[in-house]
Design a protein around this ligand. Sequence first.
Ligand code: CO
Length: 220
Amino acid sequence: MSDLQHLFENNRRWAEDQLAQDPLYFKKLAALQAPQYLWIGCSDSRVPANQIVGLLPGEVFVHRNVANLVVHTDMNALSVIQFAVEVLQIRNIIVCGHYDCGGVHAAYENRQLGQIDNWLRNIKDVYHGNRHELEAISKESRRIDRLCELNVIEQVRNVCHTTIVQNAWAKGQDLSVHGLIYDISNGIIQDLSVCINDADQLSGIYQMSSKPFQKVKLAV
Ligand code: CO
């Protein structure tokens, strides 16, 4: 018997349950993908996006990776953001981190784990940029919790630094980017109060003009 057999059985039961509650469930779902939210979260199996905010399939567009990072060279994340903002016209992007994040823990330590070290380097950079605040926290577990929070805040900024989001704002699209953190120990999500909905809230160096490209003479 396949290792996946029980998954197929669960799936049949789930599909039957949905139809028992609403015979048109799948017809309605298939007809429309109009999610209100883009969720950028951690791949951690304990943080399932839809369930913890009580949303049904079709209501949230989801991107997950190790430690909920938004890296400006990651074509996967950028493609998700572009599709969500420009095609689905999503109004709210949520970056949701979580305490006890294995990726953040690994980045905090100095052990080599292989290829993933290059990914986790982004979190080390967050640590380095905030080292004075972090090293003033004496309790190590609290320091790592704070690093989880600061990592979310940094990723919120990274979403906003994309030309995708800034062009949407320039066109007058209503779009907010939020930073949240989930506590695995009690199931509660907290708002980190870093909502950004305007390019003016960004540091000047990251503000990108949306004026058409003009040829400029380069001095050589
Ligand atoms: Co995690």
